[in-house]
Write a protein that binds this ligand. Structure first.
Ligand code: UFG
Length: 347
């Protein structure tokens, strides 16, 4: 027998749609909350601050001039999630909360599988139980594995190089199966490329704890003098300048992609790449940063980082055709906005 399903499409007329954002204090989550509140949605945020801080919520309030409902909650906790759904009328869920450090996932696979899969199961279950029709999932280009870029949504998923990537692929499958079992439940799987940049106010941005793993926060900390130099992981890849190529996307473009998915994705299961469709090498990004900010970034060539692929960029056509969404911020915007936030950051 199919699992009980009370999903019914449609929202309540005359009141703003209310979106539950898990991980709403995190980097992409907080920028998406800004985009949601600025376009008239109401938000309920669930976050346990495992990799974020309350200051992001203050920044969201300050930028938008709007309030939000907040629960300091771990969304793997089914009874806490049930409470959120019974205390609020939820029209849709955007699920960002999750562990996301590739290297750490190799060391702690069980915590990654437990946290990332269980949160998705608990939230999808709550949607089915409470008749919430729309779910947007924070997936990753990492699910394409060793496919040949540009990555297209119709490609078969290949095993990811690490447990983090596998959790994204399994969560996609969990949601696809839930959509199939419940006619009123729709899910959009959004595969992010490399989000960078910050809100243009300089109040909100990416503030990883400790030494950053990702390229842009590492560059900004070197530029600020907090780290000595950038290590460029390999200059012998089969790319124009030998350094790795990625599809960097401004976090506000990415945030707006979520609004487009909420508004325009078809019923049922839908999958979209959120990227620019353009590749930029590590050296090109460093040079663009120096040009956009006037600050130099000392660097040296180091060995390749295990698990890295040479080239990763999106075919971004499907999101444009079906969601009417495309990016419009440039690499210079990404560098300038990342730097503005880094200069303001005091923790
Ligand atoms: N790089 C350096 N030096 C650094 C950090 C990174 O040269 O100090 C290089 C990497 O080798 C790579 C590029 O910069 O060529 C981008 O690396 P990031 O760590 O910023 O991003 P990745 O492409 O490795 O991974 C990111 C996310 C993953 C996600 C993936 C999706 O961190 O969570 O994009 O494509 F799965």
């Amino acid at each position: 027998m199919a699992e009980a399903c009370k999903c019914a499409p449609g929202s309540a007329p005359g009141r703003p749609e209310n979106i539950l954002v898990t991980g709403g204090a995190g980097f992409i989550g907080s920028h998406t909350c800004v985009a949601l509140l600025s376009t008239g949605y109401s938000v309920v945020i669930a976050d346990n601050f495992s990799n974020s801080s309350p200051s992001a919520l203050d920044a969201v309030r300050r930028i938008t001039g709007r309030d939000l409902v907040f629960y300091e909650t771990d969304v793997t906790d089914a009874s806490a999630v049930r409470r959120i759904f019974s205390e609020n009328r939820i029209d849709g869920v955007i699920h960002f909360a999750g562990y996301k450090a590739v290297g750490e996932s190799v060391e702690k696979p069980l915590s990654y599988y437990r946290n990332n899969l269980l949160s998705t199961i608990v939230l999808a279950g709550a949607c089915v139980e409470h008749g919430v029709p729309r779910f947007v999932f924070s997936s990753s280009a990492t699910v394409y594995g060793d496919n040949k870029p540009p990555f297209v949504e119709s490609m078969p998923l290949l095993p990811a190089a690490n447990p983090y990537g596998e959790t994204k692929a399994v969560c996609e499958k969990i949601l696809a199966d839930t959509v199939r079992s419940c006619s009123g439940f729709s899910a959009s799987l959004l595969r992010y490329f490399n989000p960078v940049g910050a809100h243009e106010s300089g109040l909100l941005g990416e503030a990883p704890n400790g030494i950053p793993n990702n390229l842009m926060p590492y560059i900004t900390r070197v530029a600020k003098g907090e780290l000595k130099e950038l290590s460029i992981f390999g200059n012998d890849y089969d790319t124009p300048d030998g350094t790795g190529v990625r599809d960097y996307i401004h976090v506000m473009d990415l945030a707006e992609g979520h609004i487009a998915a909420l508004r325009n994705a078809p019923c049922g299961l839908s999958v979209y790449n959120l990227g620019t469709g353009k590749g930029t090498s590590v050296l090109q990004l460093v040079t663009a940063f120096e040009r956009a900010t006037g600050v130099s970034v000392p660097r040296r060539i180091a060995a390749r980082r295990p698990g890295d692929i040479a080239v990763c960029y999106a075919d971004a056509g499907k999101a444009e055709r079906e969601l009417g969404w495309k990016t419009h911020r440039t690499i210079e915007d990404m560098c300038r906005d990342s730097w503005r936030f880094e200069k303001n950051r005091c923790v």
